[in-house]
Design a binder for this molecule. Structure first.
Ligand SMILES: CC(C)(COP(=O)(O)OP(=O)(O)OC[C@H]1O[C@@H](n2cnc3c(N)ncnc32)[C@H](O)[C@@H]1OP(=O)(O)O)[C@@H](O)C(=O)NCCC(=O)NCCSC(=O)CCC(=O)O
Length: 335
C-alpha cells in the first residue's frame, strides 16, 4: 500500500535521487545535498513542533509500504515572504483612451510586486515517472491538504502554489532568454539557485523598477506569460480540482503562473470528515477514500476502502497498520 509520511534526515539519499530526476528548473528541489539535508532537518523539526509555526516546512514522502521504495515527494511551507520577500510580476491591464480622437487601447504590463507575504505554499510535488497516471500523484498532492486540515490554525488563510513556466524541449526558457536575462546577466540555474539560497537582495537591486509593456516583447516571450510547463499540466489540473485558480501573478524568471485558494475553501480541507476508527475484517465500499491521521506529529495518509457509518469509519487492520493507528483513533476521511 502506498503511504504518505513525514520526511526526515534519513531520507537524504531518496530526496537527492528525486531532485536529480526532477531536473533543472524545479526550483524547490535543488540537487545540493547540503540544502536538502537542511530541509530534511527542518521537516523533522516542523512535524515535531520544534520550530515556530510560521517557520515550519513540512516535507512528505510517498513510500511503497510493501517494498520500502520512495516514489515521490510533496511539501507545505507554513508561510512565505516573511524572512525574504516573495517577488512576482503582477499582470496589470492599463487602458489608455483618447475620446477626442476615438482611440481606446488596452496595454498589458508586468509590474514587480512583493505580495503573498505570510501565505502558505504547497510545492515540490514530484512523482517518479513509472508511478504516474495511476492516482499516486493525486494521493501525494491531496495528502498536503489533509495535513493542513489536521491543524488549520498552523497555516495561513491563503494558500498558493507556483507552477513552472514554459521551457522548450531543448531546455531553453523563452521568457528568461528574452526578458529576465536582460536584467539578470547570469545563467537561469544560477538565478534560480540564488533565489532559494540568498536573501534575494540581488532581485531588489536588479529587477525592473518600471512596468514592462508586454506588447513590446518578442512573440516567443509574450506567448508564455502565465503558461504552465507541459510537464506541469497534471499538477495544475490537480490544483484546479481543489479550487485553486490563477491569481494574476507570474514568476519573474520563467513567467509560470501562481495559483491560490482560501485555505478553508480547498476542497479536501473543506470536505474531509473527522471520524472514529473501527477495525473490521471486511470493508464493503467499492471505491477507495483518502484517509489520514488527525495529527501533524504522527501524520500519515493512504488511499483505501472505508465504510462510513455515522461518526464511525471502518477500515481493515492492514489500512490501520499503514496509518500506524489503533482501534478508536480519530482519523480524517475524504470520500
Ligand atoms: C505532478 C505529478 C505528481 C502528478 O502525478 P500524475 O502525473 O500521476 O498525475 P495524473 O494522475 O496523471 O494526472 C493528474 C490529473 O491531471 C489530469 N491531466 C493529466 N494530464 C493532463 C493534460 N495534459 N491536460 C489536462 N489534464 C491532465 C489527469 O486527468 C488527472 O486528473 P483526474 O485524476 O481527475 O483524471 C506528476 O505529473 C509529476 O511528478 N510531474 C513532474 C513534476 C512537476 O511538474 N511537478 C509539479 C511542479 S509545480 C509544484 O510543485 C507546485 C504545485 C503543487 O505542489 O501542487
Amino acid at each position: 500500500m502506498l503511504v504518505v509520511r513525514p520526511a526526515g534526515p534519513a531520507d537524504l539519499d531518496h530526496l537527492l535521487e528525486l531532485a536529480i530526476l526532477s531536473g533543472p528548473g524545479f526550483t524547490s528541489l535543488t540537487e545540493d545535498p547540503d540544502a536538502l539535508s537542511e530541509r530534511l532537518e527542518l521537516s523533522q523539526a516542523s512535524f515535531r513542533g520544534q520550530v515556530a509555526p510560521q517557520e515550519a516546512w513540512y516535507t512528505l514522502m510517498l513510500e511503497d509500504g510493501d517494498t520500502g521504495d520512495i516514489d515521490g515527494v510533496g511539501s507545505v511551507k507554513a508561510t512565505v515572504g516573511l524572512k525574504r520577500p516573495f517577488f512576482s510580476f503582477r499582470v496589470v491591464n492599463n487602458t489608455a483612451s483618447s475620446p477626442s480622437i476615438g482611440v481606446k487601447l488596452d496595454h498589458q504590463t508586468l509590474v514587480l510586486v512583493n505580495e503573498c507575504t505570510g501565505w502558505t505554499e504547497v510545492g515540490s510535488l514530484f512523482l517518479k515517472a513509472d508511478r504516474r497516471k495511476g492516482g499516486a500523484g493525486r494521493l501525494l498532492s491531496q495528502s498536503r491538504y489533509m495535513l493542513i486540515g489536521a491543524q488549520p490554525e498552523l497555516f495561513a488563510e491563503n494558500v498558493l502554489a507556483e507552477l513552472r513556466g514554459v521551457f522548450t524541449p531543448d531546455g531553453a526558457c523563452p521568457f528568461w532568454d528574452h526578458v529576465a536575462h536582460k536584467f539578470f546577466p547570469m545563467e537561469f540555474d544560477d538565478a534560480d539557485r540564488m533565489t532559494g539560497s540568498t536573501d534575494k537582495q540581488f532581485i531588489l537591486d536588479l529587477a525592473p523598477r518600471h512596468p514592462i509593456y508586454t506588447e513590446l516583447l518578442p512573440e516567443p516571450a509574450r506567448a508564455v506569460i502565465g503558461k504552465v510547463h507541459p510537464q506541469g499540466v497534471p499538477a495544475m489540473a490537480l490544483l484546479e480540482s481543489e479550487g485553486f485558480r490563477p491569481n494574476g501573478l507570474v514568476d519573474i524568471f520563467d513567467a509560470g503562473p501562481t495559483v491560490s485558494c482560501g485555505r478553508d475553501n480547498i476542497r479536501t480541507v473543506r470536505d474531509a470528515r473527522q471520524l472514529r476508527l473501527e477495525i473490521t475484517d471486511h470493508v464493503e465500499a467499492e471505491l477507495p477514500a483518502l484517509i489520514s491521521t488527525d495529527s501533524i506529529a504522527a501524520f500519515r495518509a493512504v488511499r483505501a476502502k472505508c465504510d462510513i457509518d455515522g461518526e464511525i469509519a471502518r477500515l481493515t487492520a492492514e489500512t490501520a497498520a499503514a496509518l500506524k493507528i489503533r482501534n478508536g483513533a480519530t482519523i480524517r476521511v475524504k470520500s
